[in-house]
Design a protein around this ligand. Structure first.
Ligand code: IPM
Ligand code: MG
Length: 372
């Protein structure tokens, strides 16, 4: 019997290309796993009205963790249009399956490392070494939204907040409401994760990024909680920044930062920004981690126009596999995989189109596998 059971979820578009490449690398690395394919993504939305079929969730429950390629997601109206005719008018609503997986498995911590591997022509600067801890289940991703705002919801808000009167003038049918609900528990959890990481890997500071000057209650809760947590880590400084300023400073002084921590939406934005500093989404890995399950996915999307062309950079997916090995406790394998990736980048003989070359996705896999 294999040592691990891995749910294998290629998803949409180039998710398939990069997963195929990753399998070459993992096999050459002699990673002892049984891979179990799971249906997920746009095709299943179109033909079943469900991008994350129940059978997939059930299958995942019997595995150690999941590797996930990419997903196509679209706003409500566009998603309606592609449904098979017999599924239209059934009141089905498209929800991003990755967002649902994060919630269903309580994958509260999204770890997104952004490291400038020496020799990558796309690095903004050599030496950048950032990591974003993104709270992964709450905030504006909590899914509590309305349009129009139901009368009873409006009434409760109106009763509790003087500012609602002003909105009433527009009529409820013209109002939309998305909420940003955050808990002290999840704030504490994500900040603690960030500090523990800083401690383990020797970072001198943790930067909590939010906007408490405007979002006084949610942003305020995040920052106040971060201050409490920071007391337990005397050797590590807590820096507090606003998301807008942080975006500017990250581009200006990327070397000043190490570990950053943010709630869901700000972490989403921040991690794309950080990724671009070290080569863009072709190098951006991520791990959605809970207490006893995790889903590993590259940060990039499904890029449908490149599907099956084996053109995109699979390094993000390889680095994602490295995160998986780490999480499974296969530290030595993780280090060797990262070293092989770093060596291929440094030598510069294999470069995908984003790096200015024409190496294919599978040739990149071969290059890394050869180093292994
Ligand atoms: C990400 C992506 C997702 C998100 C999308 C695809 C729903 O942008 O993983 O960062 O917003 O979380
Ligand atoms: Mg994103």
């Amino acid at each position: 019997m294999a040592k691990y059971k891995i749910a294998w979820l290629p998803g949409d578009g180039v998710g398939n290309d990069v997963m195929e490449a990753t399998r070459i690398v993992l096999d050459r690395h002699s990673f002892d796993a049984e891979y179990i394919h799971g249906d997920i993504g746009w095709e299943f939305w179109k033909h079943e009205g469900e991008p994350l079929p129940k059978r997939t969730v059930e299958m995942m429950k019997g595995t150690d963790c999941a590797l996930f390629g990419a997903i196509t997601s679209m706003p409500k109206e566009e998603a309606q249009e592609v449904l098979d005719d017999n599924l239209k008018d059934k009141g089905l609503v498209y929800f991003s399956p990755i967002v649902r997986l994060r919630q269903e498995f309580n994958l509260h911590t999204n770890l997104r490392p952004c490291k400038a591997y020496p020799g990558n022509p796309l690095n903004l600067k050599e030496g950048i070494d950032l990591v974003v801890f993104r709270e992964n289940t709450e905030g504006m991703y909590g899914g509590v939204e309305f349009h129009p705002i139901p009368q009873e919801v409006f009434d409760v808000l109106d009763k509790n907040h003087p500012k609602m009167k002003k909105f009433a003038e527009y009529g409820l049918e013209n109002l939309a409401l998305s909420t940003r609900i955050m808990s002290r528990q999840k704030c504490r959890n994500i900040v603690t994760g960030a500090f523990e990481y800083a401690k383990k890997y020797g970072y001198k500071s943790v930067t909590v990024v939010d906007k408490p000057n405007v979002l006084r209650e949610t942003g305020g809760l995040m920052v106040r909680t971060a201050r409490e947590v920071a007391k337990n880590y005397p050797g590590i400084e807590l820096w507090e920044t606003n998301i807008d300023a942080q975006a500017m400073w990250l581009v200006k002084n990327p070397m000043d930062y190490g570990v950053m921590v943010a709630e869901n939406m700000f972490g989403d934005i921040l991690s794309d920004l950080a990724a671009q500093l070290v080569g863009g989404l072709g190098f951006a890995s991520s791990g959605n981690m809970g207490d006893d399950y995790a889903v590993f996915e590259p940060t990039h999307g499904s890029a449908p126009k490149y599907h099956g062309k084996y053109k995109v950079n699979p390094m993000a997916m390889f680095l994602t596999a490295k995160l998986m090995l780490d999480w499974l406790g296969e530290k030595e394998m993780a280090v060797r995989l990262e070293n092989a990736i770093a060596k291929v980048i440094k030598e510069g003989n294999a470069k995908t189109y984003d790096m200015g070359g024409n190496t294919t996705t599978l040739e990149m896999a071969e290059a890394v596998a050869t180093e292994l």
